[in-house]
Design a protein around this ligand. Structure first.
Ligand code: NAP
Length: 260
């Protein structure tokens, strides 16, 4: 008898941050299943009901766990909630971000209030540490944590405080790589180009970024196709990058490497 095949055959993966089938997390969950993984997904609050309906569209319906990454009780309960379905994890995907679009984004940088900035950094950056630490008892040598960023090495139009939160996420990922490397746990990010997801549509003026990608990506960029990004995430979850950690892999049509 043969088992599942694919680059994630036999791996158990938690994808945190699936709301719609447009979510990068959804495309990641789908491709991971196609590559042989057993997938659990999580989301929080009012959108949980939507997530429970959306996972029926995956090749195999995935269990949905409730996880608000800012809630210490949810984080503490996560290992037991995961163990109801699988006995450990080989991969964790952090596909989560939030910044108040009314106060922080769309050109509001100079007036962004601290409480909202603090929330954005908590949900979008600190949570990579919280989620990883919550999962730590489930992770073993060779496991992989992957998050999603939008290149924070430069400033962008309209992205404003979310850009700062992403810079914090990128740094958090490097420090996690440092501290968890000795346990054989890799931590990497995929830096995706603009994609038409719920989070992106909430950013006033996001189409400005879309337009830049259209003209400057040498490979071209389809902002409705989450699959290349999902494939990048799954490659980092797989055993194909055994000596890579603290890295940011760009899945952006090559945009980041062009000066103009
Ligand atoms: P999305 O579908 O809206 O996913 C974001 C997820 O974060 C949602 O499921 C959202 O849940 C969840 N979330 C927000 N606050 C949370 C909390 N406190 N606890 C747990 N989950 C929470 O949008 P997406 O574009 O796929 O975003 C996924 C990741 O990719 C984000 O890190 C984003 O910044 C990154 N990214 C996106 C793009 C892009 O252009 N779309 C480009 C580069 C990187 P609710 O829906 O319930 O709020």
């Amino acid at each position: 008898m043969t088992g599942p095949t694919g680059i994630l055959a036999g791996k158990r993966i938690l994808v945190a941050g699936v709301t719609m089938d447009s979510s990068i997390g959804f495309a990641t969950a789908r491709f991971a299943q196609e590559q042989g993984a057993t997938v659990l997904v999580s989301n929080f609050g009012r959108a949980l009901g939507i997530t429970r309906r959306i996972v029926k569209r995956l090749p195999a319906e995935a269990p949905v766990l409730e996880l608000d990454v800012t809630d210490p009780d949810h984080l503490a309960a996560l290992p037991d909630a995961v163990r109801e379905h699988v006995d450990g994890l080989d991969g964790v995907v952090h596909s989560i971000a939030y910044g108040n679009p009314e106060t922080l984004l769309g050109g509001k940088f100079l007036d962004g209030p601290w409480d909202d900035v603090a929330q954005a950094v908590h949900v979008s950056a600190y949570s990579l540490k919280s989620l990883t630490m919550a999962c730590r008892p489930l992770l073993d040598q060779g496991s992989s944590v992957v998050g999603l960023t939008f290149d924070a090495s430069v400033s962008w139009p309209v992205y404003d405080w979310m850009g700062v939160a992403k810079a914090a996420l990128e740094s958090t990922s490097r420090y996690l790589a440092r501290h968890l490397g000795p346990e054989g746990i890799r931590v990497n990010l995929v830096s995706a180009g603009p994609l038409q997801t719920l989070a992106a549509k909430a950013i006033p003026g996001f189409e400005e970024l879309d337009a830049m990608w259209e003209t400057q990506s040498p490979l071209g960029w389809d902002n409705r196709d989450q699959t290349p990004t999902a494939r990048g995430v799954c490659a980092l979850l797989s055993d194909l990058f055994p000596a890579t950690t603290g890295e940011i892999v760009h899945v952006d049509g090559g945009f980041h490497a062009m000066g103009a």
